[in-house]
Write a protein that binds this ligand. Sequence first.
Ligand code: NAD
Length: 300
Amino acid sequence: MADTGAKVSARIIDGKAVGAALRKGLKARVAALAEAGAAPGLAVILVGDDAASGVYVRNKIHACESVGIRSVTHRLPASTTTAELVALIQRLNADRGVHGVLVQLPLPKHIDMRLVLEAIDADKDVDGFHLYNVGGLVLGDTAYPPCTPFGVVKLLEHEGIKIEGQNVVVVGASNIVGKPMALMLMARDATVAICHAKTRDLAQFTILADILVVAAGRPNLILPQMVKTGAVVIDVGINRLPDGRLVGDVDFEGVSQKASYITPVPGGVGPMTVTMLLENTVTSAERALRNDNKAPKLAT
Ligand code: NAD
């Protein structure tokens, strides 16, 4: 990286390194499952030929291999109907070798996404998007927290950053990042405000944050004057600039001179998201094994 001469005072949180450390632990859990005769399996469904989705799916498959999770990708044409997709999900729900069923989003517009996500067995919903698991999140108790906010919580925990009693501002209120993020931090006793595209004067909220989580998909949305000195800044955004560079939502150069901790893009939250998918899949395999062991043995 070129030396810009900028003074960096924030500790840069290395999501790649934290993810790698967590994957070591997952490998050990996969080995323990193997000793008990179980092998975690993830089914990934990719509908259509969206290039970015293809890249995400490839990353997930490689990540599975890195910890010993078996993965199978089902590639379906863009013309697939909701009924066909649901039928595939039902087959995978019934397959005892599959512990996680993941439908790569976004789906083609003609497919009813809600119906598709509800078709996934809640016990195999490793993305955490099924209503049952969303409800669990509201109650502060779910087996499968959504991967991106789960990754953010793990990063904060790994760095020893206190959450309880802190003022947290989440910028972005989507169902897959902002809302579950706010719920997960609330469950850890933070005081949480959620901002979104209709928030008036974003800065009056962000300046109060001890922990600022930004997931809006807008490059340079968060400037140094919007951040409290010493704040922890987590940048979830991923934006491709016209010159090809990948950046987050935060002015990294400026804000890193004010924050106490900051995540880079790339290399911050992104690697954690994939790691949490692996975590949820291993958890699912462990739960399945426990349930098998609890089931009454049939007389032979
Ligand atoms: P989304 O488009 O579904 O939601 C964006 C949210 O940001 C909305 O609630 C919107 O109201 C809000 N927003 C938009 N402009 C705003 C503004 N000017 N001020 C305040 N709020 C604003 O997006 P998403 O799926 O939640 O993703 C958000 C970003 O995070 C994207 O850049 C996406 O690529 C990235 N992302 C990263 C990961 C990862 O693993 N790092 C995972 C998922 C999403």
